[in-house]
Design a protein around this ligand. Structure first.
Ligand code: HAM
Length: 417
């Protein structure tokens, strides 16, 4: 027997949830363009090395969560778990930074991570992201964070913005031994995962969700207190500039972010009502990433927003999908039924979203369908209207009907909608 079931953790996005996601993606794209970013499409899979070099070959994302496979030519490829590494690879490959800096690019598309699925976390999910390459100045950090905050303002979503600086490899290099010493002194109290991270990636112990570990990490030495003068100045300037754009934020000295390429400014937008998976958008600076990929030094900063997660947060706040159509065209009788399709085409040509019945069904059945679609107006075409070359417009909310000449219909509806 055939069973129809999408793979675990990679479900379908059906209407109306898909329509909310579309609204999120469109809002992002409109704002990204408003800030001067242009679309880039990178392939959904890359040579696996692009990710293992960018994200640290020992990280969980690479060792446990990446969909890696051999293709028919025996190349080792991976489905992209995130968008930044591919964008940086493309910029280096096409030398985009040689003709213009900053290189300002945006993308929307599916990402793939073999994580344990739960509400707000899937194995195939969509991100909308921006990347600005070639400029190390704090002003671009401020632009990027401001852009993120304006996306959430445009969507009407209540969020908290957390920011931090995790320094560059030199100041981090001086700080890490202190953190490791602290972790080793408390290794008996740490969870198994954190004990492992002492050697693989000590900073990530700040990300642990285990309550006892979180409590312990409150007394751990903080990177923010060990920044070199240059990194501290950079971060101070970012905060000043954000204030000038009226961006409110919380300083979070324990925000380290999950990916290993970050340097200096890191930030996350959190939707407090979402529960465990409450981070709806995250980003930061990645000044060493181009070199990790084997390219020349090229600073960069960006963020990616989880389209699915943001749509979920909007739903939690009671947002509904936009109405499906403005008008339902009702043809009563066979002649009018045929005429109805022509009328619908004229309305659609005029940019008025409408739908109609295709089965010459009874007037009652058609009104029921108009109700089901939530159309605010019905345009009724019956024998009498056909003879008079008129139409009747019914306001589906109030029940009020207006009869008017057919050639006035588009103007009338535009006034009403
Ligand atoms: P990330 O924090 O790994 O960063 O992911 C960004 C966003 O993608 C998260 O805040 C979350 O909303 C969403 N997301 C991540 N994993 C899942 C999942 N399994 N299911 C649903 N949504 C998910 C990055 O990917 C970086 N490339 C961001 C960046 C761009 N940094 C600089 N430029």
């Amino acid at each position: 027997m055939t069973t129809f079931k999408a793979p675990r953790g990679a479900g379908d996005v059906l209407p109306p949830a898909s329509e909310l996601q579309e609204r999120v993606a469109r809002t992002c794209e409109d704002l990204f363009r408003l800030y001067g970013y242009r679309r880039i499409e990178t392939p959904p899979f890359e040579n696996a090395e692009v990710f293992s070099r960018s994200l640290d070959s020992r990280s969980d994302l690479v060792t446990k969560e990446m969909y890696t496979f051999q293709d028919k030519g025996d190349r080792t490829l991976a489905l992209r778990p995130e968008g930044t590494a591919g964008v940086v690879r493309a910029v280096l490959e096409h030398h985009l930074h040689r003709s213009e800096v900053p290189v300002k690019l945006y993308y929307t598309g599916s990402m793939f991570r073999h994580e344990r699925p739960q509400a707000g976390r899937s194995r195939a999910f969509r991100q909308a992201g921006v990347e600005a390459l070639g400029v190390g100045e704090p002003s671009i950090d401020a632009e990027i964070v401001t852009l993120g905050s304006r996306v959430f303002a445009a969507l009407g979503l209540d969020i908290t913005l957390r920011i931090n600086s995790i320094g560059h490899p030199v100041c981090r290099g001086a700080y890490l031994p202190r953190l490791v010493a602290f972790l080793e002194a408390h290794s008996a109290e740490l969870c198994k995962d954190c004990t492992r991270k002492i050697t693989t990636n000590p900073l990530r112990t700040f990300d642990c969700k285990v309550p006892e570990d979180r409590e312990l990490m409150k007394s751990a030495p903080l990177i923010s207190e060990h920044l070199c003068d240059e990194c501290a100045e950079h971060f101070a300037e970012v905060r000043l500039l954000l204030g000038q754009s009226d961006v409110t934020f919380d300083l979070d000295p324990r925000l380290v972010r999950g990916l290993d390429y970050y340097t200096r400014t890191t930030f996350a937008f959190v939707a407090p009502k979402l529960g465990a998976q409450d981070e709806v958008c995250g980003g930061g600076r990645y000044d060493g990433l181009a070199e990790l990929l084997g390219g020349e030094p090229l600073p960069g900063i960006g963020f990616a927003l989880g389209v699915d997660r943001v749509a979920l947060a909007l739903e939690e706040e009671g947002a509904s999908a936009p109405e499906r159509v403005a008008v339902f065209v009702i043809g009563i009788g066979e002649g009018a039924g045929r005429e109805a399709l022509g009328l619908a085409t004229r309305l659609r040509d005029a940019g008025i979203a409408c739908d109609l019945d295709f089965g010459f069904r009874s007037a009652k059945a058609q009104f029921r369908m108009a109700d089901k679609l939530g159309a605010p107006f019905a345009v009724i075409l019956g024998d009498r209207e056909m003879a008079e070359e008129s139409v009747t417009v019914r306001n589906m909310r109030t029940g009020e009907e207006t009869k008017l000449p057919g050639d006035r219909l588009v103007t009338h509806l535009r006034e009403q909608l």
